[in-house]
Structures are given as C-alpha cells and as structure tokens.
Design a protein around this ligand. Sequence first.
Ligand code: IMP
Length: 198
Amino acid sequence: MPSPVRLVVASSNPGKLREYQALAAGHPIELQLFPEFDSLPSFEEIYLTFAENAAGKALHYSRHSALPVIADDSGLVVPALGGAPGPKSARYAGAGASDAERVNKLLEELRGKSGEERRARFVCIQVLAQAGKVVAVFSDFVEGMLLDAPRGAGGFGYDPLFLYEPLGKTFAEIPREQKNQFSHRGKSFRKLLAFLAS
Ligand code: IMP
C-alpha cells in the first residue's frame, strides 16, 4: 500500500474540507486545512476569471506550506447574463449577503427570460501548487436550467434554482453523494485524483 499523498486545502472552511474528504474517500490521499489559515496574509479573489483566482490562491498559499496545496474557485455562469454571476458568485448580492439574497438577486436579473435564456452552468477550477509553482490545473462544469422559484432544501448557494435535467431535480433536491457524481466540483476533483494516482 503506497503511503498517502498529503495535501492542504487553501480554505478556512471546514465544510469545504469535509466535501473534499468525502470525494477522496477510498483514495490514498489525506486532506487537511491550514491550521493557521486566518493568520496568513490573505489572498483577495478579485480577478475576472475562475482560473486566475484559483491559480493565484494556490500559488499564494503554497508559499506558506511545506505540503502541496489545492485551491479552487467555482461559481455559476449564465450566458444570457453575460456570464454573471461568474467569478463574483459568492459576492453577487454584496459582501455579507446570504444564499437566499443571492438567489433572489439572480431571479430578479432573470425576470422576463425564458427557455434557453435560463440555461446556466456551474464551473469549477482546481489548482494544485507546491512551493510557489503550479503543478497541475483541473476543471469541469455541469449544465442546467434555472427555475423561476427555488426548489429543495439541500445543497447550498444557487442549488435550489439549478435544475439538473437528466434527473428532473434541482441540486437542492438530491443527496450530496448524488450531486457529487454530476457536479462541476466532483468531476474536476476526480481528474485530480486520477492525476495523483498516476
Ligand atoms: P467559492 O468557489 O467557494 O468561492 O464559491 C463560489 C460561490 O459560487 C459560492 O459561494 C456559491 O454561491 C456558488 N457555487 C459554487 N459551487 C456551487 C454549487 O455547487 N452549488 C451552488 N452554488 C455554488
């Protein structure tokens, strides 16, 4: 049995760590958060693309870590809104707003749009970096349609509006393990796992 690969997730969010640990279950990989994340100089995700935010974050935190670092950026892209909320997905309704406020803002922006204009995709970029160098970049996406009212109590963020058509359910109406099979983050992370295995 090879010894596990140890990686640090560039986040202070235990929920994100748990999500990655669930995705990595059964693989020889050990994930942890930075114990001192909040006292490190922070990285501002101010860039206009997911890739710049994820790579910038991975490089920044890898300079403060003896272990390789994974950083990600993700969000919802709505082509009919010029790609919004995009890399600003977390701040779409302003700093400190809730998921419900972001969902309402999106519904507001989508008012009057129907059919293909409500098509959207969740995008995720994950960057693996070590000692100030990018080792590899992974990404994936999942397409869906945005409903005109939230449905379901699970998930987070924009999940209650995101209808995954093959199941006829929103991402908030399916269990987390099932979402992970189809989600942008799950698909991208499986590429990272395959890379580590190789
Ligand atoms: P970050 O990648 O942690 O910066 O998150 C970006 C934002 O995109 C989140 O705060 C959510 O609003 C949104 N987002 C990213 N992935 C998902 C998802 O799987 N479901 C719902 N919203 C998501």
